[in-house]
Design a protein around this ligand. Structure first.
Ligand SMILES: Nc1ncnc2c1ncn2[C@@H]1O[C@H](COP(=O)(O)OP(=O)(O)OP(=O)(O)O)[C@@H](O)[C@H]1O
Ligand SMILES: [Mg+2]
Length: 349
């Protein structure tokens, strides 16, 4: 049985027509790190707040451990759900020292135990020496680690984090992704992390849940999600892609598109004839005598790769291809390329 189970969970706010969260089902295993990923307003925070118990669902149920914590107006209060929460703005108390901030949620513990636990979790996040400082004397990344230490202090079974990386610059962000997952794994904590950033989601989680308009679009490992996006929304929201319309061939393994026949990684079971394929830019490799050819319209240099827009035939929408940075590519030149079937997927509308 799963550790956290959401069943048909729905939230319709008063004065709203559309539910913010619309009948979502999700099962999370113990120790798993899950991210909720989706555009602004898709219902991520609402989902997190319902799990924490700060927001009452309109319908559905929530189980944590073996305990039903919400169903039909029966609701276990937030402090009894065994959950630690890290808020988007960290919500540290500015007038309390770091140690006192961490101790804050431990009211049932004795004074000595509290201080021991505070030292333990501050050591865990690498801030053992900072207990006597105040929040304004720490950097953003350090404050975030304090917020995490505070959430972990009461030994919760579950940690919920709302946009934990959003206030950090690129370098610190990368470091924190690594540190946070390390800390969660060490404590064997089940975690749900909300983000609207695909890189954050991919870097930290075992599985990613993509949401749009209150509905779960796909739940999958980062690799599965990237290679086999379920529908057009996921394909476009998670990384860049080329979406082409086409006709499924009789062999069920090729799609006829305006750039020619495109191979699928395996035989399709689609019952439709008119289909859409997603082709990742990484799946298109420039090759001297490649199967597809077109004219280079634009080259954007990113430092890690070059994004090349190639126009094929008379179709206005160019294909996006990633090329290695050392390759010289001139605008208006003709290039040819091959497509790796493993990065091609049939997607629903
Ligand atoms: N207290 C509220 N009362 C009414 N509507 C609300 C309330 N809180 C959120 N909403 C609405 O519910 C929808 C989902 O909001 P939510 O905060 O869950 O989105 P989100 O995915 O966390 O977005 P963001 O990435 O911008 O934080 C939005 O349309 C929002 O306007
Ligand atoms: Mg939010």
């Amino acid at each position: 049985m799963s550790f956290i189970h959401l069943r048909q969970l729905t939230k319709l706010y008063r004065n709203s027509v559309q539910p913010a969260v619309n009948s979502i089902d999700l099962a999370i295993e113990q120790g798993e790190i899950i991210t909720l990923l989706g555009p602004s307003g898709c219902g991520k925070t609402t989902t997190l707040r319902m799990i924490a118990g700060f927001e009452q669902p309109t319908s559905g149920s929530i189980t944590i451990g073996n305990e039903l914590v919400y169903e039909n107006h029966f609701s276990v209060p937030p402090e009894k759900r065994g959950i630690g929460m890290v808020f988007q703005d960290y919500a540290l108390f500015p007038h309390l020292s770091i140690e006192k901030n961490v101790i804050f949620g431990l009211n049932k513990w004795s004074g000595r135990e509290k201080r021991k636990r505070a030292k333990e979790v501050l050591d865990l996040v690498g801030l053992g020496e900072y207990g006597s400082r105040f929040p304004h004397e720490l950097s953003g990344g350090q404050q975030q680690r304090v917020a995490l230490a505070r959430a972990l202090a009461p030994k919760p079974h579950v940690v919920l984090m709302d946009e934990p990386f959003s206030n950090l610059d690129a370098g610190l962000r990368e470091k924190m992704r690594f540190e946070v997952t390390n800390i969660l794994r060490k404590a064997n904590t089940t975690a749900i992390i909300v983000t609207h950033d695909q890189k954050d989601a991919f870097a930290v989680s075992d599985r990613v849940v993509v949401m749009n308009k209150g509905v779960i679009q796909q739940t999958a490992t980062p690799r599965e999600m990237y290679r086999c996006p379920k529908n057009c929304f996921v394909a476009q929201f998670v990384g860049k892609t080329n979406l082409l319309s086409g006709t499924l061939c009789d062999d069920m393994q090729h799609v006829d598109t305006h750039i020619g026949k495109v191979s699928l990684p395996s035989q399709s079971e689609s019952i439709l004839e008119e289909v859409k394929v997603s082709i990742r830019p990484e799946g298109c490799r420039l090759a001297e005598k490649g199967r597809y050819a077109g004219t280079v319209q634009r080259v954007t240099y990113s430092g890690e790769y070059q994004e090349v827009e190639v126009r094929l035939g008379s179709v206005a929408e160019p294909m996006i291809i990633y090329a290695p940075i050392e390759q010289e590519i001139e605008i208006d030149s003709i290039v040819s390329f091959d497509i790796t079937p493993e990065l091609v997927a049939l997607v629903e509308n």
